[in-house]
Ligand binder design. Structure first.
Ligand code: FE2
Ligand code: FE2
Length: 286
């Protein structure tokens, strides 16, 4: 079998399996009870809020997606419509309900506005040769986002266990984090498959556009970037932010920057994470 169609078969199998094995989390299985709500809120309330917002913004992501991929491959459409969107929305609903039960205001997801960068990319995406460039950027964003989610939920889970809040750890965080690696695997398979088909000029274009458009997940303005930095600090990622940046961009580095030997982390990724940590520190000091 040719490599392209082998990859397509693997992707289709993967999406089938995710759909079967990971239906959206059943709300009846969630136990929101917290032993020390005030302590829990003080420590993790803002983390819940950030994560809830990002998960609930999945509907905006779908809008971005249809802007970026006016004519998406069937497997991409099936993944986001049948697997990804229903799972992520449920993650958001659960995390948001938890923060509301802690006495916090509900998250305020932005479901409609597309940023300037996205509009430019969307316009380019309608030009045929750019379609695959935009599709590649979409997969790279998906990989970084889902890998961030996997790592952040792992740290949050450990922290919540350590605090002695087993209900939230076992019935909220654990089931959510179980669903994220499958999303990451979808984007990784897709990115590897498409990268091997791109022409040299398309690869060059992907590197350039990625370098100016990268942002940490959910950080669309200065306030959100500082919020992201706060979350990194609470999860103690700020102590070793380059390591985290390296982990979320490992495959991206391997694909896009293989020719630059010795590069540990794409510079735009490392810079964006350091900026978030610094912005949060400045805001706290003020
Ligand atoms: Fe999620
Ligand atoms: Fe996800």
């Amino acid at each position: 079998m040719a490599r392209v169609s082998l990859n397509e078969t693997r992707l289709a199998d993967h999406v089938d399996r995710l759909g079967l094995e990971h239906p959206p989390i059943d709300l009846a299985t969630v136990d929101y009870s917290v032993r020390r709500p005030d302590v829990f809120n003080a420590r993790y309330g803002h983390v819940l809020d950030y994560m809830a917002r990002v998960e609930l913004e999945v509907d905006r992501n779908v809008l971005e997606l249809t802007t970026l991929l006016p004519d998406p491959p069937e497997i991409d459409r099936r993944f986001y419509a049948e697997v990804w969107q229903p799972q992520e929305i449920r993650h958001g609903e659960i995390l948001d309900e938890l923060q509301v039960q802690l006495g916090r205001p509900a998250a305020e997801p932005d479901l409609t506005s597309l940023g300037t960068k996205m509009r430019i990319l969307g316009a380019l995406a309608h030009l045929d040769p750019f379609q695959d460039v935009c599709r590649m950027l979409y997969y790279l964003t998906g990989m970084a986002t889902e890998r961030s989610a996997v790592l952040a939920y792992n740290l949050l889970h450990d922290g919540v266990v350590e605090m002695g809040e087993p209900a939230v750890a076992q019935t909220v965080i654990a089931p959510i984090r179980r669903q994220e690696p499958g999303h990451y695997a979808f984007y990784q398979l897709s990115a590897r498959g498409l990268w091997s088909q791109l022409a040299a000029w398309q690869k060059w274009m992907v590197r350039r556009m990625r370098s100016f458009s990268f942002a940490p997940v959910g950080a669309n303005d200065a306030t959100q970037t500082a919020d992201f930095g706060d979350m990194l600090a609470t999860l103690r990622i700020d102590q070793d932010v380059d390591n985290f940046a390296g982990q979320i961009s490992r495959v991206e580095r391997e694909l896009l920057w293989a020719h630059t030997r010795g590069l540990k982390v794409p510079p735009y990724v490392a810079r964006a994470f350091r900026e978030a940590v610094e912005l949060a520190e400045v805001r706290r000091a003020a």
